[in-house]
Design a protein around this ligand. Structure first.
Ligand code: PRX
Length: 657
């Protein structure tokens, strides 16, 4: 630990020891969009709830007005029923028509240092050209399009062009492997894949086209592959199938009719990990989703689009990027920053250089990133002027009070409210979060549900627990951006989210409400891990491990990690003829990276002769978690062979990355 970091740790400890709460600064309240403290009480009633979302819905441009706000037949909601609209029109055309064509939509910064500034008028032009290009390939309303791209401007362009056509996109994060991409292409039978030759990551190139080629070779539905030239690296070319993006858009007119979409038409699919090895294609539809993300973006980030420069540091490949880099911000005519690379590359303060360059006012990132910066210490970015910042956000995993306080003090300069936003791929929009002009903050708490959201914390039996107690979080009233199901699997939808407590949405998170009613999210309560804010299924990693020739059986658990929140801990039983070794552990890690993606590579692999199982043969994960955490073991009498636990515990030679 350097002296600077040690001093910072001391300062943070002092700050938290005072048990401080953080009311909104008076200067912030003066200009806040929302300062009406009654809003939560008012939207709790059905009438207030309807009034709130009606007003939010009316902010959009409709091709045909909706007639009914929503309907609810558990577990299916419909919103803005009967309306017709197009998402790309609401994100682009209407702003240009309102005279905002010269406003910057995105300040884009490439990892090697190249940059582009794109106005709303330019973005609309490019989206229209690419819409025409996709139409020339035969893409029509309802066709599914896979997008596997780096963080370059063509990524939001591709999403918006799909939205203009009414062709649902399925964006697959560029860190996923060819295998993972193939599974997602196959599940939705995508006919087109949009990718790039490669993408930059910490100076190296990620071979996206090569992965896409491999993935397409394993699937049968793809007719066309569109490739953006980014790195200039050599790629294989299949002339009947492949098209350079720049060739396709050249000569296309900069106007393209938007498809009138029904409020409930599918806007996109986004795959996320569940408790089985097969990812779920989460379905989001048009109107409710757009209204939900625009409204939450506006109020939670206290957006003043004329003056704010907003930077969400997530990757567009995850839901945070969909909702809060692309759709919410563009619907609100925001000027945003998109950065292609790693926030600490090539300099530890790369992110701060970018924030200073564009005079960013709002920063939205994940606790893992904050903890990484905290480890470097604030002197690393002292030379960068961050005085433009006025609001900070956190997302993706529980934020520990120390990271919260460090963020507030050293990045926010003790003047910026911190909004800790809880939500999921499935919820589409932020569900629990402070309202920065109203809410008094407590470090580590996401505070209260968004206006109109009704949440509860239940015990095993489904009774609401009293304040001060922990339990399972549920959501009780439909919300506009909620998922409309799992693609092709209505049973799994019902089973996963609506059966634990019949009729109530079960997100899979533990939660505690303190004596003041503040919500404290406690992490997942199912077999889903959260590593650096990324959701990874234990069973998905287990399946990848057992697909290796040397592995007979595997069990995977999340173990708490000071940097990444959780880290992947794997127990592996080898087939006979294979001996434990560091080399084999390394090989298994790479194997998982190949099957899923580098971010799913286990941190630790423990070779073991056996695994603790119940008499019925179920692996005892709780026990494995406890061993991984070195916690005291509770009652193990249901173990088929209690000796196994000792064997595992005595194995000290685990191979760590
Ligand atoms: O466990 C919660 C955690 O991330 C899960 C959702 O993951 P994903 O669908 O990938 O979306 C991440 C970005 C919204 C949740 O079930 N999570 C997300 N935000 C928070 C959080 N846990 C605690 N506090 C948060 N602010």
């Amino acid at each position: 630990m350097t002296d600077d970091v040690r001093t910072e740790t001391g300062a943070i400890e002092n700050l938290l020891r005072e048990e401080r709460t953080f009311p909104p600064p008076a200067s912030f309240v003066a200009d806040a969009l929302l300062s009406d403290r009654d809003i939560l009480a008012r939207t709790a009633s059905e009438e207030g709830f309807r009034a709130f979302w009606t007003e939010e819905g009316n902010r959009l441009d409709w091709m045909e007005p909706w007639s009914e706000l929503y309907s609810w037949e558990v577990p299916y909601a419909k919103w803005f029923i009967g309306g017709k609209l197009n998402v790309s029109v609401n994100c682009l055309d209407r702003h240009v028509a309102a005279g905002l064509g010269d406003r910057v939509a995105y300040f884009w910064e490439g990892e090697p240092g190249d940059s582009r500034t794109i106005t709303y008028a330019e973005l609309l032009d490019e989206v229209c050209r690419f819409t025409n290009a996709l139409r020339s390939l035969g893409v029509r309303k309802g066709d599914r399009v896979a997008i596997y791209m780096p963080m370059i401007p063509e990524l939001p362009v591709a999403m918006l062009a799909c939205a203009r056509i009414g062709a649902p996109h399925s964006v697959v994060f560029g860190g996923f492997s060819a295998d993972a991409l193939a599974g997602r292409i196959e599940d939705a039978a995508c006919t087109v894949v949009i990718t790039a030759d490669g993408g930059y990551r910490k100076g190296a190139s990620v071979p996206l086209k090569r992965n896409a080629d491999e993935a397409i070779a394993r699937t049968t539905s793809v007719e066309h592959c569109v490739v953006v030239r980014r790195t200039g690296e050599e790629v294989h070319w299949y002339p009947d199938r492949d098209h350079w993006y720049h060739d396709l858009v050249a000569g296309q007119p900069a106007v393209a009719d938007p498809e009138p979409m029904d409020s409930e038409d599918l806007l996109y699919l986004l795959y996320t990990s569940g408790t089985t090895a097969r990812p779920k294609g989460i379905m989001h539809t048009t109107a409710g989703y757009l209204v939900g993300v625009a409204s939450t973006h506006r109020y939670i980030f206290d957006l003043h689009p004329e003056t704010d420069v907003y930077w969400c540091m997530a990757d567009i490949g995850w839901v945070t990027g969909h909702s809060y880099i692309v759709y919410g911000p563009l619907a609100n005519a925001t000027s945003g920053i998109i950065y292609e690379g790693a926030i600490d590359f090539p300099d530890r303060d790369r992110w701060a250089q970018i924030a200073a360059k564009y005079r960013a006012t709002i920063l939205y990132t994940a606790p893992t990133a904050i903890r990484a910066l905290m480890k470097y210490g604030h002197t690393e970015f002292e030379r960068d002027d961050l005085s433009s910042l006025r609001l900070l956000g956190s997302v993706g995993e529980p934020i520990n009070p120390e990271a919260w306080a460090w963020y507030w003090k050293y990045i926010g300069g003790e003047r910026c409210p911190v909004v800790d936003t809880w939500w999921q791929t499935e919820t589409g929009m932020i569900m629990i979060s402070p309202l920065p002009g109203i809410t008094t903050l407590k470090p580590g708490s996401a505070t209260f549900p968004f206006p109109g959201v009704i949440a509860d914390v239940l015990d095993e039996a489904g009774n609401s627990v009293s304040l001060g107690q922990g339990g399972y979080l549920v959501l009780d009233r439909p919300w506009p951006a909620m998922l409309r199901g799992i693609y092709g699997d209505p049973e799994r939808y019902q089973q996963t989210y609506w059966s634990r407590y019949p009729g109530r949405y079960f997100p899979g998170d533990g939660c505690k409400r303190d004596d003041d009613g503040y919500y404290w999210l406690l992490g997942r309560v199912d077999d889903v891990m959260n590593v650096s804010g990324h959701r990874i299924s234990t069973t998905e990693v287990e399946s990848a491990l057992v697909a290796h020739a040397a592995v007979a059986e595997a069990a995977v658990v999340g173990r708490s990690d000071p940097l990444t929140g959780q880290a992947i801990f794997s127990y592996v039983i080898l087939r006979s003829g294979h001996e434990p070794s560091d080399a084999l552990a390394g090989e298994l890690r790479e194997h998982v990276a190949e099957m899923i993606g580098k971010f799913a590579r286990p941190k630790q692999i423990m070779f073991t002769p056996d695994l603790p199982k119940t008499r019925s043969g179920k692996i005892m994960r709780r026990l494995l978690r406890d061993i991984a955490e070195q916690r005291d073991l509770g009652d193990v009498t249901t173990l088929a062979d209690a000796g196994v636990v000792n064997t595992i515990r005595e194995q000290s030679g685990t191979a760590e990355e």
